[in-house]
Design a protein around this ligand. Structure first.
Ligand SMILES: Cc1cc2nc3c(=O)[nH]c(=O)nc-3n(C[C@H](O)[C@H](O)[C@H](O)COP(=O)(O)OP(=O)(O)OC[C@H]3O[C@@H](n4cnc5c(N)ncnc54)[C@H](O)[C@@H]3O)c2cc1C
Length: 392
């Protein structure tokens, strides 16, 4: 074994590279770090969007900002002003380039691409040993951002699956000032489905179909719905496809994915990095990366994602239970939320920054009866679990 690192980061995607960038910002104080990434090359494989009111420029270019967003359901639509917290888009290729540039400036940090972790890390003589396709790596601490596969993936209340197509049209058909956050498809007893449209110029947009359902869906399973959504938007205009993207995110992960291990934490979208009821993850990951880097620099210990405050966790569980139990209602529920609640509160709820007052305002904006039913169902299920475990 050549070298012992202070820290091994397994996976150099959004979470792994964000942590590396935040460590690099500490200069010579940052721990000796190895980021192990299976990809040999980074491509423009996704866009990240999020709301922000921060005046500080991020270390990567912002592709576009929207100050108005629309939500539509059953022939009704509502336009919401988000000028004070614009919704902004960044391209993955710009994020990866910025991360690699900041890693390259720090001799303490190495990004090893084209290297796959091939077996689970194990403890030996106070170190973590990580078997990789290029030999065993030794490190005092590990941050594991690899998305768990198969049975290690754990259970989620729902899965969010989405497929998108970025197109360039022959005609000016889009309004780049406004984006469609959720344009709900016809109610379906199996899942909640909506179209998301992000126009960046009058001729160019990312069009995405998203489904909240009991099981993850493949791109093939979403292909017809995506084609229909694109056809509906472009009409007779000719278009070329610039890029495609697909993703699956857990909504309401079970807690058993976080075993407490000495100097070993899991992070990223499958380990608490995604907002349970919406899937927004980018900003949560940025916040976690700053805190984890600070902890590593101060005391050498990595930290995982912090749980949301209790009111938000309760809200999420109830909302997910409503969507799971009666997906047909999904469109009406979200529409009611956007139509009745203050946009800034809804944005904080969607992003995970909601306080108690925001959570109460969100509850007040939704129809009462399905929420009461879901809360009762959850309480009943919880008491059955407690009974079966013999808890009084
Ligand atoms: C297409 C798409 C669009 C999204 N858009 C948004 C958005 O607009 N806003 C938002 O907030 N969130 C969005 N998300 C959700 C979330 O922000 C992203 O999924 C984000 O990339 C999650 O970061 P991560 O580090 O957890 O996972 P990833 O970025 O997927 O990184 C995991 C890394 O681990 C590597 N890896 C896996 N296995 C191994 C192994 N065995 N050895 C070594 N390396 C390994 C992978 O190659 C990958 O680079 C989107 C997700 C997708 C898929």
């Amino acid at each position: 074994m050549a070298e012992t690192f202070d820290l091994a980061v397994l996976g150099g995607g959004c979470a792994g590279l964000s942590l590396a960038m935040d460590l690099a910002a500490h200069g010579a104080r940052c721990p000796r770090t190895l980021v192990v990434e299976s990809r040999a090359e980074y491509t423009n494989d996704r866009t990240w969007c999020y709301w922000t009111d921060s005046a500080t420029a991020p270390p990567y270019p912002i592709v576009h900002r929207w100050q108005t967003m629309r939500v539509a359901h059953a022939g009704h639509s509502v336009s919401l002003d988000c000028a004070s917290t614009p919704y902004q888009m960044l391209a993955a290729q710009d994020f990866y380039a910025a991360a690699r540039a900041s890693i390259d400036r720090r001799p303490e940090i190495t990004l090893q691409r084209g290297t796959t972790v091939v077996a689970e890390p194990f403890r030996s003589n106070g170190l973590w040993l990580i078997p990789t396709s290029h030999g065993t790596v030794a490190a005092r601490s590990v941050v594991d951002t690899r998305p768990p596969q198969g049975s290690r993936r754990g259970a989620a209340t729902l899965w969010q699956s989405f497929s998108g197509q970025e197109i360039e049209c022959s005609a000016a058909i889009f309004d780049p000032l406004s984006m469609d956050l959720m344009n709900f498809l016809a109610p379906d007893p199996r899942h909640v489905a909506f179209v998301y449209v992000l126009p960046v110029t009058p001729t160019r947009a990312l069009i995405e179909v998203t489904v909240f359902g009991a099981a993850p869906l493949t791109p093939r399973e979403l292909v017809d719905r995506l084609a229909a959504a694109v056809a509906e938007r472009v009409g007779d205009a000719a278009f070329t496809t610039l890029r495609r993207e697909h993703g699956v995110l857990p909504m309401g992960l079970s807690e058993n994915l976080k075993p407490a291990l000495e100097r070993f934490v899991r992070a990223g979208v499958m380990a608490g990095g995604a907002r349970p009821s919406t899937g927004f993850a980018f900003q949560r990951i940025q916040r976690w990366a700053r805190e984890c880097a600070q902890s590593l620099v101060s005391n050498g210990r990595p930290i995982g994602h912090k749980p949301d405050p209790l009111p938000l966790r309760v809200m999420d569980r109830i909302l997910l239970e409503v969507l799971r139990a009666d997906p047909k209602r999904g469109g009406a529920l979200f529409f009611s939320l956007f139509n009745r609640a203050e946009p800034s509160r809804v944005i904080r709820f969607l992003s995970g920054d909601a306080g108690v007052v925001d959570s109460l305002a969100v509850i007040a904006a939704m129809p009462v009866s399905p929420f009461v039913r879901a809360a009762l169902a959850l309480t009943l299920r919880q008491s059955r679990i407690s009974e079966s475990k013999g808890i009084a």
